[in-house]
Design a protein around this ligand. Structure first.
Ligand code: NAP
Length: 256
């Protein structure tokens, strides 16, 4: 493990930290390689780490990630900015434990997209009607602004704002939650977040996804001509390099 890259949030503080880490690791014989790194050091927040994961999506099996948070500690980040020297020392001296976080695979026609946190079908312009199928069996029709399907890692992100459950570390599953669902006498849907086994296949269908957007993590594509979106848990995963133990409960308490 001697090739590293740094992905930093676009602000002056993160940029300065990036230069410092680069200088310290290079002085110890590590090679700065933005194209084929073995270790990606993220400086910023959970959002920066998501960006880095997508940047190296095609080579995840060869890359480990470690994060330094420039605000409060996050879910994907193990060090604060005050601990930058400790982080560098750990990288240089310790062998990390690897924590794997599986991605959601989102398929549209023959194209695959991947998400660490979640996928959302969102329509802010008009009521979006979505038929939901689980393992090819019709489940329900959702009326509202859309639906969100999150992973365990994403349970503390958008899913939490929708009233979804926070899922403990290490449990592999999917969680579906509706986004501002319409519930009245002529139409009802489950309304509660639904936690699904990780080997389920979830399909979202509509005759009209016009104006709807598929958001997956921080990325998005328009769905205008799309009729069906299929989601499963992928075999792809993100490898987090854990140089020290930082409990999930502590991360959770930092959130609120
Ligand atoms: P972003 O600015 O990168 O992130 C939005 C906020 O979500 C930031 O505070 C970020 O933390 C936090 N976040 C990201 N992943 C998280 C996780 N797994 N657990 C807890 N917090 C997490 O926004 P973006 O680029 O639009 O979207 C990236 C992600 O942000 C999405 O996947 C979505 O889950 C989340 N998001 C949430 C909401 C919401 O809750 N209403 C709205 C938009 C986006 P940091 O400050 O540490 O980066």
């Amino acid at each position: 493990m001697k090739k590293f890259s740094i992905v930093a949030k676009k602000n002056e503080k993160s940029y300065r930290m990036e230069k410092y880490i680069q200088m310290r690791l290079s002085a110890e014989g590590w090679t700065y390689d933005k194209t084929y790194p073995n270790l990606v050091i993220c400086v910023g927040g959970d959002g920066t780490l998501l960006y880095a994961v997508h940047k190296y999506m095609k080579q995840l099996s060869n890359v480990q990630f470690v994060g330094i948070h420039t605000g409060t500690l996050g879910f994907f980040t193990d060090y604060t900015e005050e601990e930058i020297d400790l982080c560098i020392q750990d990288i240089l001296q310790k062998t990390p434990r690897i924590f794997c976080s599986y991605l959601l695979n989102i398929r549209i026609n023959d194209q695959s997209y991947y998400a660490l946190n979640e996928m959302r079908i969102e329509n802010v312009k008009r009521t979006q009607v979505v038929d939901v199928y689980v393992d090819h069996e019709f489940f329900e029709t959702c009326w509202g602004s859309g639906v969100c399907l999150s992973t365990q890692a994403g349970s503390t992100a958008y899913n939490r704002s929708l009233g979804g459950a926070v899922i403990d570390n290490g449990i592999s599953l999917m969680q579906m939650a509706e986004i501002t669902s319409i519930q009245h006498s002529k139409h009802r849907s489950l309304g509660n977040p639904y936690i699904l086994k990780s080997d389920r296949l979830v399909e979202f269908k509509s005759n009209d996804f016009h104006d709807a957007v598929l958001c997956y993590d921080h990325k998005n594509i328009v769905l205008d001509e799309v009729k069906s979106i299929t989601c499963t848990m992928s075999e792809k995963y993100v490898q987090f390099a854990r140089y020290r133990s930082y409990s999930y409960l502590k991360r959770l308490k930092n959130l609120y």
